[in-house]
Write a protein that binds this ligand. Structure first.
Ligand SMILES: Nc1nc2c(ncn2[C@@H]2O[C@H](COP(=O)(O)OP(=O)(O)OP(=O)(O)O)[C@@H](O)[C@H]2O)c(=O)[nH]1
Ligand SMILES: [Mg+2]
Length: 359
């Protein structure tokens, strides 16, 4: 998962570390006072060994900004970095993020977070710069990944049955994810019923039934072509009558710009009254997934996101960008073809995975 991005992040991490190291080494032993804008004219050099600065040095000084003139201070490995110490590695980081499908505003937010974390502030670097680099990268990634979303936490704090409606474009993994999440919830001790709300695509009912049988969960179905709101309403009725904790509702794949299917989704919402509307898309779609998630969120509203096929995604751009872009948390990652291949999206775990040194 995210192999290409992980590799590239290692390179950036090393370069940032080296830049900080060399800035720290270049700094004088004793702390120097920060040179200010209106500093008095330098006292003429005395003594034979000391010469006035060369003309080109003077010009360079005049051109430099205040931030650049904040020199690196090292006191017991405490370092104050300036802009130019981190400029190159941060530029590399921005390129790496964009190349790996991270949305531009999200890449900017990550880079800015690191810049403001490092530049112009005294930072203790301890025995090595690795910790500093790691902490700053972690902080920047966590900042865009948001809080995540615990479905079991939500179920525990809401009235049962909790009704979860799954939406999204064709073939992204809605039906499979519902089976995986049903299995996950069952293992956590919750009772589940599935509503087979894709009455549109031929064979969808059978597909849902096969998955549900395999994970041992009841499915409420109507015949093909039936009104999906009616099926899902029945699923909720069934759950209420049988004290079932969770209703997972499947729907047909649809595009946000297909008015008839979107109107149908609106009707499903009104009739079934879901507690959570979950948008499903595939991590491999990269930036397209981010754009579609935003469009769906604007059109029908979204409470949380499931990103499938993360196992096939070397880039990780959608996983990093989606929560920050649409302001809604990622809830699960699909990481393979088997029913156990679903993992709750925990930002700390994702960041650890991204910054892990070895595979
Ligand atoms: N590798 C991998 N494949 C997945 C994952 N999730 C789903 N798939 C595969 O993606 C394909 C489509 O999955 P479905 O669950 O049928 O997708 P859907 O969104 O319900 O499709 P429609 O009902 O046609 O809109 C299937 O072949 C799944 O096995 C995943 O996390 N990893
Ligand atoms: Mg489906």
């Amino acid at each position: 998962m995210f192999g290409s991005l992980k590799d590239k992040l290692r390179g950036v991490k090393d370069k940032l570390g080296l830049s900080i190291e060399s800035a720290a080494e270049a700094a004088p032993e004793e702390p120097l006072p920060v040179e200010m804008e209106e500093s008095p004219a330098p006292v003429p050099a005395e003594g034979p060994g000391e010469e006035a600065p060369a003309p080109e040095q003077k010009t360079a000084k005049k051109k430099s900004t205040l931030a650049e003139r904040v020199r690196v201070l090292v006191t017991e490995r405490e370092v104050m970095l300036d802009e130019k110490d981190v400029a190159e590695p941060l530029q590399d980081l921005e390129i790496v993020l964009l190349e790996n499908d991270v949305a531009l505003p999200v890449a900017d937010a990550i880079v800015e977070h690191i810049r403001s974390d490092l530049v112009g502030r005294r930072r203790k670097i301890g025995a090595s710069v690795d910790t500093l680099v790691m902490d700053t990268l972690k902080g920047a990634l966590l900042n865009v990944l948001g809080e995540g979303f615990s479905l079991t936490g939500y179920i525990d704090s809401h009235e049962r049955p909790v009704k979860v409606l799954f939406t999204g474009v064709n073939g992204t993994g809605k039906t499979t994810s519902i089976a995986k999440i049903a299995s996950y919830l069952k293992k956590q001790g919750y009772s589940v019923v599935i509503g087979s709300g894709d009455t549109f695509r031929a064979g969808a009912n059978e597909q849902m039934k096969t998955h549900a049988d395999r994970v041992g969960v009841k499915v409420i179905r109507h015949q093909e072509g039936a009104d999906p709101s009616a099926v899902l309403f029945d699923a909720v009725q069934y759950a209420t009558a049988h004290n079932i904790d969770v209703v997972l509702a499947d729907t047909a794949g649809r595009f946000h710009n297909r008015a008839n299917l979107m109107n149908q989704l609106e009707k499903i919402r009104r009739v079934m009254k879901p507690d959570l509307v979950v948008y499903v898309d595939e991590a491999v779609a990269g930036n397209d997934a981010v754009i579609r998630a935003e469009e769906f969120n604007n059109a029908v509203g979204t409470d949380a996101v499931v990103l499938t096929k993360a196992d096939m995604d070397p880039r990780g751009g959608a996983a990093i960008s989606i929560a920050h872009t649409i302001g809604k948390p990622v809830m699960f990652l699909g990481v393979g073809q088997s029913y156990d291949d679903v993992v709750p999206f925990r930002p700390e775990d994702v960041v650890d995975e991204l910054l892990r040194e070895e595979d």
